[in-house]
Design a protein around this ligand. Structure first.
Ligand code: BGC
Length: 754
């Protein structure tokens, strides 16, 4: 009896304790917030110093960030890891998938989704709750150091590829972080540079992709960028984070800062920032100070806590995931190889490709030392990287042994030399390896014993530094000499030359692309890159990638090219950290960058102004040919429905990427790009003679332009022209439709330049 009474009393106490001290679940978040002390709230929204006691050693080395746990309320810490092309850890234990440009060049949502799914699976294996990806800033300029992580110069291609990637990751119960919101299109002075642009440009170009991916896929988190936008840090911009992102776009998740130190904490919280990463105890102290002096409202802090709890209850950590620490590297290597072949772009082919495995003279240091990904947060320490040399050998090619020995020796020498000469910045990562000078005599010797020459040109870039016009965009003299001499010698011997572009962004091609017989743009194709290159060169896979950006004839051809730090040479691009004395200097393109080209980014400028380019947006060749027929379009309710039949008219199987481009009437706008991509897709693998009908549905709202004065989206009435085809300069089939009335869609008026 006595025992029973004690047990009953204990149960009653436990019950009372439970209501005073709830344990977090999906349904009691408001109660948990109420139960948190102010002390806990101020710690909770700031990431922990994971490399210092008491946390040191608890998380895998290389982990991006971790949140503060509150065990008494059943709140675990959750883990965030980089990045877009795979899990970035310090050890070589995760898969490096192809980079963003290649993914977008597939013009295929399933490619992005497949990569996302595999990264989601590796996240579960490695104990990651949120992947800090996709990176989805717009390619405003060819020289942005992080272009390789991003997708395109076009917001629809960017937004929908990002969306598919997000769906893939999140289908595994792992979160994403769409980054970096917004107008973060350069690395120079990345912590403090001010991107200055008008509202229409912001809405139509720089936030459009985020709008699309929020509406289609609701990333669990969005990462607010480092930069200022029109004089206000994006992380402190209520216009951007609350009015546009949450209210207009309908974002339901959490806003996390990019890995920033202390800024104006109350302003950040009030703006809509919920989580401060990487996290600095100064930020917790600042929260207390601001609560005490009244600049921070408890309701803003409570909202941030609520958003973080809403995120936590969805995560693997909360659901009891037990990381195996053993990702399925074999299965994911297969994914890396297959997806890599989908986005390689055949820029030129006189019939040389596809190739039988033959005796090959392989030139260029990057033929033996593939650049699988770019530097910084998107770098993945994969267990291995297959170079073009290895890939070709695996496919049965015989490589010239003398050249191989020479280049391999040079590659290891130059790596060491760059390291010991301190040219490798820890954060920025590997430096560009200069090309080896090769004599004509040596080239002539190789021509006797080989059937073909393959030359790889490489370009690496990464976080915290932009590329430099003369060093990175332009072809270097020794590269040009190599192409010229190899072409002269091999052509004289009746042999062909193929160039591989292992590049992080566009390069100048017009001065040399007439020389080789075939050019394949491989981008930075991930750890299986070499095998994927061999798959495409041999025709095991018929290339179907199309450029996600324009390759200009000349850097200065693009509008706004002057308004970029195109020749800014510095150790690091965190200018205001390295040179605090320059912080308040009005240095053009460093302290601030004027987006003078407005909405005329990439093909929007070149097409509207009929400017010739080296390779247009959407360009990409195949080993087969396609014909378009039965093109039709109709307006049905709030949507435009367009369809076209694509037939493989060649002799080998292939896939065709297709864009649906629309030219709108002017309506109330002074100017409109002559053409804009509104939808896209890719056929299945079509056998010769096989057809597929592709149908695209575009909301009438997505045809709108942003009227900043009236703060609304406007779709003009009138006659629209449209066409199908990936290459923006080559309509495959044209159609027309009419909208009988104009449509207006109200939006928030925000982020006008101050
Ligand atoms: C980068 C982010 C990255 C974060 C965490 C920042 O420097 O800009 O893209 O996710 O670091 O590593």
């Amino acid at each position: 009896m006595k025992r029973l009474i004690i047990a009953t009393v204990c149960l009653a106490l436990a019950g009372a304790g439970a209501s005073a001290q709830p344990r977090l679940n999906e349904n009691n978040i408001p109660e948990v917030v109420k139960a948190m002390t102010t002390e806990e709230k101020a710690l909770f929204v700031v990431g922990i110093k994971k490399d210092e006691p008491p946390y040191k050693g608890k998380y895998l080395p290389g982990t991006g960030g971790v949140t503060y746990p509150i065990p008494r309320l059943g709140i675990p810490s959750i883990v965030m890891m980089d990045g877009p092309v795979g899990i970035r850890l310090s050890k070589n234990e995760t898969t490096c998938f192809p980079t963003g440009l290649l993914t977008a060049a597939s013009w295929d949502r399933t490619v992005a989704r497949t990569i996302g799914e595999a990264i989601g699976e590796e996240s579960l294996d490695m104990g990651n709750d949120v992947i800090l990806a996709p990176g989805m800033n717009i390619l405003r300029n060819p020289l942005n150091g992080r272009n390789f992580e991003y997708f395109s110069e076009d917001p629809v291609l960017t937004g929908m590829i990002a969306s598919a990637y997000i769906d893939g990751v999140q289908s595994k119960g792992v979160g994403t972080s769409a980054k970096h919101f917004a107008a973060n299109s350069q690395e120079t002075n990345r912590l403090d540079g001010d991107s200055r642009l008008d509202t229409r440009t912001l809405r139509e170009i720089y936030t459009k992709a985020f709008e699309l991916c929020v509406q289609h896929s609701q990333p669990w988190t969005v990462m607010a960028s480092y930069n200022y936008l029109n004089g206000i840090y994006t992380q402190e911009s209520r216009d951007l984070l609350t009015l546009i992102l949450r209210n207009d776009f309908g974002f339901k998740g959490l806003v996390v800062t990019d890995w920033t130190g202390k800024r104006n904490t109350p302003r950040q919280l009030n703006a809509g920032t919920d989580l401060f990463m990487g996290g600095d105890p100064k930020q917790t102290a600042h929260i207390h100070e601001c609560l005490a002096n009244g600049t921070l409202k408890m309701e803003d802090l409570d909202r941030a806590c609520t958003k973080l709890l809403e995120l936590i209850v969805k995560t693997p950590a909360f659901k009891g995931n037990k990381p195996s620490l053993k990702p399925d590297l074999d299965a994911h290597a297969k994914v890396a190889r297959e997806t890599a072949t989908e986005g390689m772009v055949l820029l030129k082919n006189d019939g040389t490709l596809p190739l039988e495995p033959v005796r090959t003279a392989l030139f260029g240091v990057y033929s033996y030392d593939l650049i699988q990904g770019g530097n910084g947060a998107a770098w993945v320490n994969s267990p291995y990287v297959v170079s073009a040399a290895e890939g070709l050998r695996n496919a049965g090619f015989e490589l010239d042994p003398g050249l191989e020995k020479l280049y391999r020796g040079y590659a290891s020498f130059i790596s060491e030399d760059l390291k010991s000469n301190h040219k490798v910045n820890v954060h920025v990562g590997d430096a560009q390896k200069p090309e080896l000078e090769i004599t004509r005599e040596l080239i002539q010797n190789t021509a006797e014993n080989n059937d073909i020459a393959v030359i790889t040109l490489g370009r690496i870039s990464g976080e915290a530094r932009d590329r430099i016009l003369t060093k990175d965009f332009l072809i270097q003299e020794n590269e040009k000499n190599l192409i010229e001499t190899v072409c002269e010698v091999y052509h004289a011997a009746g042999k062909k030359v193929v160039v591989l572009l292992n590049i992080c962004g566009s390069v100048e091609t017009a001065s040399w692309n007439y020389l080789p017989d075939a050019i394949l743009c491989t981008w930075l194709p991930g750890e299986e890159g070499g095998n994927a290159i061999a798959d495409v060169l041999t025709g095991k896979v018929n290339p179907s990638g199309c450029l996600p950006m324009t390759f200009p004839l000349d850097y200065f051809d693009a509008a706004g090219a002057d308004n970029f730090p195109y020749q800014f040479i510095s150790d690091r691009a965190n200018e205001s950290v390295v040179h605090p004395e320059r912080r308040d200097m009005p240095l053009k393109n460093i302290a601030y960058t004027d987006y003078t080209e407005g909405i005329y980014v990439g093909y929007r400028y070149f097409c509207t102004n009929s400017k010739p380019v080296s390779y247009p947006f959407g360009f990409g060749l195949s080993y087969t040919t396609f014909a378009y027929s039965r093109a039709g379009v109709k307006v049905k309710g709030a949507n435009v429905i367009a369809s076209v039949t694509v037939t493989n008219t060649g002799s080998v199987a292939g896939k065709e990427a297709i864009g649906f481009y629309v030219s709108a009437p002017l309506g109330s706008f002074k100017d409109k790009p002559s053409v804009e991509l509104r939808e896209f897709g890719k056929t299945a693998l079509l056998q010769p003679g096989e057809s597929q009908t592709m149908t695209f549905m575009v909301p009438v709202r997505q045809l709108a332009s942003f009227n900043s004065e009236k703060s609304r989206w406007e779709t003009a009435k009138g006659a629209y022209k449209a066409f199908f085809g990936a290459d923006v300069t080559k309509p495959g089939a044209e159609v027309a439709f009419k909208l009988s009335s104009a449509k207006n869609y109200p939006a928030t008026h925000a982020c006008e330049p101050k």
